[in-house]
Design a protein around this ligand. Sequence first.
Ligand code: FA5
Length: 349
Amino acid sequence: MNSKIAELKIQFEAEVAKASTTADLEALRVAYLGKKGSITELMKEMKDLTPEEKKSFGQEVNRLKSFAADSLAQRTEELKKQEIEKEINSIPDFDVSMPPSMNEGSYHPVTLVQRQCERIFRSMGFAVEDYSEIVTDYECFEALNIPKHHPARDMQDTYYLENGQLLKSHTSAAQNAIYKKYKDALINDGVPIKAIFPGRCFRNEATDACHENTFFQMEGVMVDKDISISNLIYFMKTMLSEVFQKDLKVRLRPGFFPFVEPGFELDISCLICGGEGCPSCKHSGWLELCPCGMIHPEVLKAGGIDPEEYTGFAFGLGLTRLVMMKYGIKDIRDLNSGSLKTLTQFIDE
Ligand code: FA5
């Protein structure tokens, strides 16, 4: 072997043996096999050789080239494996088969009941919609047949932003957007509007055992041809019997809301005191849970739906109150307390 080639081979082998990372090997590849690498440069010496010498020199250089490339590839593989093993060993030991820690989080009871209601209504063909907590005066009131200065506004004082928007005082604030979203499918393809939209509501009012300034409602609407109060009662009954899994004492009485006609208050017998009267039901034995009614023609019109052709019902379930009744929570304020002792006791069904 040509002595220069032999020397270069020894030098190369020594440097490869010293390389301890894949980055070192890449640097060696460039130094030996790159455009200006030492092995590549050997070829320049061909010009001073005789034709016979050229042939054997060329063959030797090519053999060295292949040897260098193979050595680098092999050593790169070895080092890559070592690097991966090192990374794996640096991960602290843990056992994937261990049961979850007792300190894991849990769902808030409102989330659990909301999800249960969503499952029930989805199974009856309702879409579940989400809506903003900040809304306009139009969405919260005007589109619901509550013009400015209407006395019904007094029942729902809320918190106003400087730009005139407000924190929604009821989930009915999403009704207009829902009608507008689904009206084309109703009018053109005859697909009934069936949607529920749970959400957080805000009211500027004094708190007590059954009133909070921040609480959850779940609105539901159904619009189609020939929808009547019997449809409304059917869906209310189904929802309550599914949530409580037992017969409840329920009463329906007239109720006034400008966005329904006729309107009803649906109360359930208080499950905290068994109807005897207690602070949770303001000592009446009954809890206002789910006002409802037939959607007012003006509200349908504002949503782009012809009230001569279509009718519908709407309800506004007091979700936080439903949670109180389901789990026997005496004071609604416990639900916003952030107390882990109270809030981690509930499990999904
Ligand atoms: C409304 O908010 C109407 N938007 C409901 C409605 C929708 C009527 C569709 C007709 C058709 P009301 O203000 O009564 O109505 O509230 C509805 C329910 O929310 C109440 O029955 C009660 O369960 C709950 N709720 C109201 N205010 C509070 C409060 N401050 N704290 C906790 N729950 C409340």
